[in-house]
Write a protein that binds this ligand. Structure first.
Ligand code: AMP
Ligand code: MG
Length: 333
């Protein structure tokens, strides 16, 4: 397939061309403030199937449906609760995805066979212009090959998806750098299924009631490398290089990374290091995927990553990705 690469910041016409491709059942990668997405008409089952094929994504992994106006929600769900309205008013456009009961019109393939639909209104001018021009909800998982790091720059998408999609619409680098917080509003207690920049206490403050993290996320939090929560069998966000997380007090982590780096280099390995400043959580979120991709680009054999403090909510969200990237390989110092 011949992929058109169109710069959205150059002309509105490029956005219109991309929107026409979506309307015609094609695939368009586009920027958002969290990560780049690979989009199609959410109501077109055939197009949704092509998204899974282009990414090599298991078909039971649901997509997020992106809308450009909160009022477009009615076509997707009958569940327009007070909780939904409060959160949408406060956090949209932004990095919050809400899981709601789905209307029958939303194809099962879009939602990975679930009876619920995940919806988000992104905060990126190109994404919003594209969805508006397409005039339909746009289903989009991250615009990377399944299993690899998510894309936060146009060049990442071009590398992964050239020849596999109709259009790559290029825009700004993703301002946030990790995926949205996914909040399930179909359970009795609103439950975070995927951590992001927005934390449970921020959502709880708006709802006036408790918001919890899915217990599976907290089980995945253990740093001793042994227990793994169910559902973590799939490789996720993984670089090509081997990867090891080093956890503990900052000085000791730094020393252990130096030691392991020296040791492996003496054995002939090329070693890359990802070590963020203490408490630079937002910067870590912004840079993490790009660092993985840059080190893969350098062809390193081993990546040593310093764990972040996961009692901070953003640190926790980055650690959720870092541990998956490393296949939960952790040493504690
Ligand atoms: P991605 O952002 O590429 O990882 O893909 C979207 C993610 O959103 C999925 O992997 C799920 O974690 C989440 N998601 C999408 N739809 C639903 C849903 N109906 N219920 C629960 N989680 C969902
Ligand atoms: Mg993804």
């Amino acid at each position: 397939m011949n992929t058109k690469i169109l710069d959205a910041t150059e002309s509105n016409e490029n956005v219109q061309i991309a929107a026409d491709v979506i309307r015609a059942g094609g695939l368009v990668a586009f920027p958002t403030e969290t990560v780049y997405g690979l989009g199609c008409d959410a109501f077109n089952a055939e197009a949704a199937r092509k998204v899974y094929a282009a990414k090599g994504r298991p078909s039971d992994n649901p997509m997020i449906v992106h809308i450009a106006r909160a009022s477009d929600i009615g076509a997707l769900t009958p569940q327009i609760s007070t909780d939904f309205v409060r959160l949408a008013d406060t956090f949209w456009p932004g990095p919050l995805t809400m899981v709601l009961r789905k209307k029958a019109e939303v194809p099962d393939v879009t939602t990975g066979g679930l009876s619920t639909v995940a919806v988000r209104l992104p905060d990126d001018p190109v994404a919003l212009a594209l969805i508006r021009a397409a005039d339909c909800p746009v289903a989009a998982p991250s615009a990377n090959l399944s299993g690899g790091p998510s894309p936060t720059k146009a060049e990442h998408v071009i590398r992964d998806l050239s020849g596999r999609v109709d259009v790559i619409l290029t825009g700004f680098d993703s301002r946030i750098g990790i995926e949205s917080t996914v909040l399930d509003l179909t359970s009795d207690i609103p439950t975070i299924l995927r951590p992001g920049i927005l934390a449970n206490y921020q959502l709880a403050a708006i709802l006036g009631r408790e918001v919890i993290y899915d217990p599976a996320l907290l089980a995945g939090r253990t740093l001793d490398g042994t227990p793994k929560a169910p559902g973590m069998k799939y490789e996720h966000y993984a670089p090509k290089a081997q990867m090891l997380v080093v956890a503990g007090e900052q000085d000791k982590v730094r020393a252990e990374i130096e030691r392991l780096k020296g040791l492996n280099e003496r054995l002939g390995s090329a070693v890359g290091v990802i070590l963020f400043e203490e408490r630079a959580y937002v910067e870590a979120a912004h840079d993490f995927y790009a660092r993985l991709r840059a080190l893969d680009g350098e062809g390193v054999d081993l990546i040593l990553a310093g764990a972040l403090n996961d009692t901070d909510s953003v640190g926790f969200a980055v650690m959720n990705r870092m541990l998956k990237s490393a296949g939960y390989k952790v040493v504690n110092v």
